[in-house]
Design a protein around this ligand. Structure first.
Ligand code: S3P
Length: 753
């Protein structure tokens, strides 16, 4: 089969799409000869004058004779007639493709003409166009960064497919393939239905007697919504008839939606209206980010790399409040959603991880207003009110979301799949799946290492009578596993208890109590009974001690620092960082201690100190599990050796935090020796250089504060995920006195993948 440049490409029909493609072929010199047929002699004349074709014909068969590639670019309803006329003029070697907006009817037409679709026929659909039509409207950039869907059939010749794929790639399009029926169903919803609605709305208004006035006052909303009603009527007439079934189905679903809205308005049903609008807005934002090449978790898929550059030195002083606690923010959405009534949350962390939890519950039908400057209103649906999500739940970088949700989803009567980003997809999920299976859950992880995606077959568990309470001895100290099991226990028959090998954060237990649920704690064992109810409450999320930790270390290692961090959560299961820094000689004063909504809170004043290396007590490890990257920077600035043991968990966090920190410290001239369950760090002089965070937010922030004591600039790569836990880190760090800047490096400048 032919290769580029081709000898002859023939177009049947030469309007906007055909002429745009011809412009690409010409500009990139991909073909020696272009022929075309058109019903309009004027079109062919213009095409010739513009140099887009060599010869024009009124008859399609004449145009395609001898062509290597035939591109059908005429209205879809002419397909059968055109195929009949070109049939004698093409050979088994000719590759044929089309650009029609519907595919089922094109394939059916080819079947009628040939008996079976020829192997060289590759149906296609560029999702590009404009309200304008005709040869003069064409431009070579029309397809750049637009999608082209090819719908090859089982018998399609792979070489023909490859040729058509490369044709569209030369036009800078994104090529994807799907089957014919799916194409037509997807397009009916995403393209045909909106056109139908736009035509209908404009026509309905135009028929009203005062239409002129109405149009005069019609502002942005009307204009935005109806732009596509200026499209070619004949083309759309053909499309709706060609894709009749799929369009009718999409229209039916839409009509049901408008009926629901009508009823809600009639009945003043704010809950339903808010529910639909908040979900739609979130979905639309998600979609906007996707179109911009970013997921709602913006950082996860951006093709540009975020880089932090820290200049050495800087003084830390003043007062600062770091963003809300991540663990508590997750749980406020989860328990708020499962409660009866409306839960008001303030101080919510608007970071990507907590937003992933929020999105997951929206996907399961919960109305959630906000977040708006930390305020969120969760309209709880009760323990039996979650609905099956429309698709897989994407939880981004958030291990907490995935593990806690595993427990909740195991008890729902519907099936769900959870997926995550590249980092989360490497993290162990069997640790939560195992105890849930013991409770009767049907839950599957992926691959030999038991990683995401995680699928939960709630319907199977429900058909077997639901979950049963268990007693579980946690093999590892993990608050996520403890919480996942306890949350499943809300629905389980009888009591569910968990014994932990060392104390881990107890936010789930505290918050369950805040929602009026009885939780028994006896030493290392937590027990709950299934079958209760949660009652909505209000939650004031304290500042996250894990985010505060960077500033605790920063102020400890900087010269002349005196910094006060306000409203920091000092839950005893989280204060390892304070204990360890103090043991290293840190000067930290905990002031103004109070309890807010069941969680202890305080202001913490930190002043510069001469730190010394220590052997970190193993009992502090679970209490400081997220703070070790920052503590390693403290160790690097301390006098003497710091030894950490019993912390193998660090190897399965957002990155292998032992190895990644050791590598970065090494680059900066610090002797850091990783061990299987910890690290040995010799305090010294931090140098300068480029370190890689491996997409781990806490690594990126740790090396940022290292700049305070470095000999030269530190460049930190791959920092976008800082937004998962600390959205305005750069702003706050700069205000406190760090000399830090963020910049983007475009994908093409990147040196490694
Ligand atoms: C968390 C528990 C910890 C911690 C994570 C948040 C939680 O994980 O590292 O950032 O909110 O329960 P493990 O329970 O896996 O140690």
């Amino acid at each position: 089969m032919s290769r580029w440049p081709l000898r002859q490409v023939a177009f049947v029909g030469f309007g906007l799409i055909g002429s745009s493609l011809a412009r690409c072929l010409r500009e990139k010199q991909l073909v020696e000869r272009i022929t075309a047929s058109s019903r309009s002699a004027a079109t062919l004349r213009t095409a010739k004058q513009l140099g887009l074709i060599d010869i024009g014909y009124s008859d399609a068969a004449d145009a395609v004779r001898g062509a290597d590639l035939v591109i059908l670019a005429m209205p879809v309803n002419a397909t059968e007639q055109v195929l009949r006329s070109i049939r004698p003029a093409v050979t088994a070697q000719t590759v044929i493709t089309d650009v029609g907006s519907t595919k089922g009817n094109v394939v059916a037409a080819a079947e009628r003409v040939w008996g079976r679709v020829p192997a060289g026929f590759v149906p296609g659909h560029p999702i590009a166009g404009s309200e304008q039509s005709g040869v003069l409207a064409g431009r070579s950039s029309l397809f750049a960064n637009h999608k082209v869907i090819l719908t090859p059939l089982p018998d399609t010749d792979p070489r023909a497919l490859a040729l058509v794929e490369s044709l569209w790639r030369h036009a800078d399009a994104d090529v994807l393939t799907m089957d014919v029926a799916r194409h037509d169903a997807v397009l009916a919803r995403t393209s045909h239905l909106p056109h139908l609605l736009a035509f209908s709305l404009v026509d309905t208004l135009a028929r009203e007697s005062q239409n002129l006035d109405i149009f005069r006052y019609a502002a942005g909303g009307f204009r935005d919504f109806t732009r596509i009603a200026a499209s070619d009527p004949l083309m759309w007439h053909d499309i709706f008839l060609a894709n009749r079934e799929a369009v009718l189905q999409a229209l039916g679903t839409f009509e049901a939606g408008t009926q629901t809205l009508r009823r809600a308005i009639e009945q003043g049903d704010s809950e339903t209206l808010l529910g639909i609008f908040t979900r739609a807005r979130a979905a639309r934002e998600h979609f906007t980010h996707m179109l911009a090449g970013t997921a709602y978790a913006k950082s996860m898929t951006s093709s540009n790399e975020l880089i932090f550059t820290v200049q050495p030195g800087g003084r830390l002083s003043g007062r600062a409040r770091v963003p809300g606690d991540k663990s508590i923010s997750h749980r406020s959405i989860m328990l708020g959603s499962l409660a009866n009534g409306v839960t008001e949350v303030s101080g919510f962390l608007e970071g990507e991880d907590a937003l992933a939890t929020l999105q997951a519950f929206r996907d399961m039908g919960v109305v959630i207003e906000g977040p708006d400057r930390g305020r969120v209103r969760v309209h709880g649906v009760g323990l039996r009110g979650l609905k099956a999500p429309p698709g897989a739940l994407y939880v981004g970088n958030s291990g907490t979301t995935m593990r806690l949700l595993s427990g909740i989803l195991s008890a729902q009567p519907f099936d769900t799949v959870m997926t995550g980003d590249a980092s989360l997809n490497k993290r162990p999920m069997e640790r939560i799946a195992k105890p849930l299976r013991l409770m009767g859950a049907e839950i599957q992880t992926t691959g030999e290492r038991g990683t995401p995606p995680v699928s939960v077959l709630g319907s199977v568990t429900a058909s077997r009578g639901g979950l049963k309470g268990i007693h579980y001895d946690l093999p590892i100290a993990s608050a996520q596993v403890k919480s996942g099991v306890l949350l499943a226990g809300l629905w389980a028959e009888g009591s569910t208890s968990v014994t932990e090998p060392a104390p881990t954060r107890d936010h789930t237990e505290r918050m369950l109590r805040g929602f009026g649920y009885d939780v028994q704690v006896d030493g290392a064992t937590v027990t709950i009974q299934g079958g209760g109810e949660l009652t909505a409450t209000s939650i004031d999320v304290p500042a996250d001690i894990s985010s505060a930790a960077f500033f605790m270390v920063a102020a400890s290692i900087a010269e002349d620092a005196d910094l006060t961090l306000e409203h920091v959560g000092i839950n005893p299961t989280r204060i390892g960082v304070i204990n360890i820094l103090r043991a290293m000689g840190g000067d930290l004063t905990v002031m103004n201690e109070r309890e807010i909504g069941g969680e202890p809170v305080a202001d913490i004043r930190i002043r510069s100190a001469r730190l010394k290396g220590i052997r970190i007590p193993e009992d502090q490890v679970p209490l400081a599990i997220d703070e070790f990257p920052a503590l390693f920077i403290a160790a690097a600035c301390a006098q003497g050796t710091t030894v950490l043991t019993g912390a193998e968990e660090l190897r399965v966090k957002e990155s292998d935090r032992i190895q990644v920190m050791a590598d970065g410290l090494h680059t900066l001239g610090i002797a850091a020796t990783p061990t299987p369950d910890g690290i040995i760090i010799e305090g010294g002089q931090l140098g300068q250089g480029e370190v890689i965070s491996h997409g781990d937010h806490r690594i990126a922030m740790s090396f940022s504060i290292a700049g305070l004591r470095a000999a030269g600039p530190i460049v930190i790569r791959d920092c976008a995920n800082v937004a998962t836990s600390f959205p305005d880190f750069i702003g706050l760090a700069s205000r406190c006195g760090l000399r830090i800047q963020a910049s983007e490096r475009s994908a093409s400048q990147q040196t490694d993948a």
